[in-house]
Design a protein around this ligand. Sequence first.
Ligand SMILES: [Zn+2]
Length: 289
Amino acid sequence: MAAARCSLGPVPIPKMGWLIGFTGAIVVSAAAYWKRSLSLSGMIAATLMGTIYFGAGNVFWFGILLLFFITSSLFSKLKADRKSESEKSYAKSGTRDAGQVMANGGLGMAACVGNALWPDSGWVLFFIGVMASVTADTWATEWGSLSRKPPRSILNGKPITAGTSGGVSLLGSLAALGGAVIIGGAGWLLAQWAGLAADVGKPVLLWIVIGGLSGFAGAMIDSYLGATVQSMYRCTVCGRSVEAVRHCNEATVPLRGFTWLNNDMVNMISSLAAGGIALALGKWLFGVV
Ligand SMILES: [Zn+2]
């Protein structure tokens, strides 16, 4: 796609970027739609998002989005039949809609556009934190649901039903750390490629530490909010605690949390926090910006 013209130095003229972004985004989104990783609304949102990530940004922003998106889609297909039972307790299935696409990529897009309007290395740091967090959280959810042991509550450490918000497992936590670290490392690599090195040309270890810490913290904040203030419902048929407003073909009843605070909003709040943590780490601890 863009490899030939982007392989050396800064990414090219802006107008070309929009075209490259649109082409790349529509190919990936359509493939994801075909594989049922995205709904129709999800496909449209992801195409729009990818176009902006490359058009207003460059291979750095787009590459991180792509890494998050492809790994999350692949992992959600892991042992799909084993997961289907616990996934019924979640608000959404493996097929992501526009709301979910925005919850995961919306803040990153804001950072990308912010950087285009008012260029500053701070946007890059914030973006790494946000994307490390959404990646960590998604990897944790997908891998955690494969854990053979029941997850434990992040509040009191007691075992709880798999699929319940606020549950953490060793496998899920390791996956969270892995996802966060990968985003940090990939950020460093893509920054060299995109020619951001002049701004944030620091050692790769620094990127890994910043991505790892902020992303892992974001995933833990997500679990904590999931266990405390996120809306949860009880199914009147099977009696399970669920995130969905319908279960077993019946409307569920509110159990706890704020009814307006759903999983997508918790995702956005925790990734916003992770972006702030990455910015703080880079700015005050390591003096990157
Ligand atoms: Zn039910």
